[in-house]
Design a binder for this molecule. Sequence first.
Ligand code: PMT
Length: 399
Amino acid sequence: MSLLENKKIVLGITGGIAAYKCADLTRRLREQGAIVKVVMTKGAQAFITPLTMQAVSGNPVMDDLLDPAAEAAMGHIELAKWADTILIAPATANFMASLSQGLAGDLLSTICLATSAPIAICPAMNQQMWAAPATQRNLATLLADGHAIFGPGTGEQACGDIGAGRMLEPLEIISQLQRVFTQPLLNGKKITITAGPTQEAIDPVRYLSNHSSGKMGFAIAKAAINLGAKVTLIAGPVSLATPVNCQRIDVKSAEQMLAATQQACLDSDIFIACAAVADYAPETVAENKIKKSNETMAIALKRNPDILATIAGQQDKPFCVGFAAETQDVEHYAKDKLSRKNLDMIAANNVAISGQGFASDNNALSVFWKNGQQDLTLADKETLAYQLLELIEQNYSPK
Ligand code: PMT
C-alpha cells in the first residue's frame, strides 16, 4: 500500500510556467491513492485552466477567497482542516515571500495560515530569482517555520537560463512527499559531521589550506536534522550560516578538529567525515611573521593525524562514512580508502571536473560500501545530502 493511500492533499498551484506539470502531478498522486483538492491563484490560471485541474483531480477547483458559495461554509477554514498536507507546486518567488511574511491576501495563502497540516513547497523560478538574497532569506524563514522544501532542481530553464530553480518532476515530488507521512528516517540518531577545510599555521599571518567551502558538509548537516537526527557539526574556517537546530563547533587546525571529533563521537551513532583535512602541517610555527630573504624557501611539514582513520579504528566506533576527493582513478582510490581506513561507507567525488566538488553548489558522488555501490548523479548539494543519508540509513547497523 502506498504511503499516500487515502491521504487528503490540497494542491496549491501558483503562477509559474511549471504549473503545466500539475495535471500530471495530480494524476500520479491519485494513482498513489491520494485524494486531491486543487486551489489555484489567479496567476496559475494563466498557465493551466481550472477545468483541466478539475477533470484530473475529480474535485471542483477553488480559486477565490471571497467566493460566496464557499464562504457560506467558511471554505478556506474547511479546506485547511480537511488537509493531511498542503503541497504548493509550483511555488513562485512571490508566493514564498508572501508565505514567509504570513500574508493572507488570497485563498491559498489564507489556507496555509489557517492549517495545522504540514506544508510542502516546490519552488520554481528563474535561477537569478532563486539566488536573490531576498528569496534566500524567505527560504530560511520558511525552513525555520518547519515547512518542507522539495528542490528546486538544476538545469535548463524555460527562459533559457541554466541553474537552480526548476520545479522537481512529479515523480520526484511524490517520492519526497511520502517522507512527510513517515517517521523521520534518522529519528533520534546522533550524527557527528566534519566540514570545510583546516588551516595549518605557518606563522601568525600565513597558513596552508585548501578550497573546501564547507557547503557539502553543511548540506548534510541540514538534511540530517530535517530527517530527525541530532547533529554536531565540526566546522573548519568557513563563512556559512549554522543550520537551524545544529550544534556547531568551530575549529581551525586538524589537531583541533581531531580533539572536537573524538569528544563528539563518544556517543555518536554515525560519523561523516566530509572535511578536507590538510594532510600535512608545518613542523614548527614561526613565532613572528617570516621575513622575505632568499629567492626560494622550504617549509618542513609533518603528517597530520588522520581523524577519520582514528575514529574508525576505535573498538566502539560509530558507523563511519568517509569522503574521497580524487582527480583520477576515483573508484580505485575510494575503495582503497574504504578498506585501509576500516570504513563502513565512502562517498567519492571527482574534484577535477568543473561545476562540482570544491566550492560549487553542485556535486556528484559515487558511493561504495562493502557489498555495494551507487552513483548519485550531478545535483545540488542539498539533494545529494538527502540521497547519501538515505543510503547511510539503509546500510546502518548499530555499534
Ligand atoms: O566543502 P565543499 O566546497 O562543499 O567541497 C566538498 C568536498 C569536495 C570537500 C567534499 O565533497 C570532500 O570530498 N571531502 C573530503 C575531502 C578530503 O580530504 O578527501 P581525502 O580523500 O583527502 O580524505 C579521505 C577522507 O579522510 C575524508 O573523509 C577526510 O575527511 C578524511 N581525512 C583526511 C585526512 C585527515 N588528516 N583526516 C581525515 O579525517
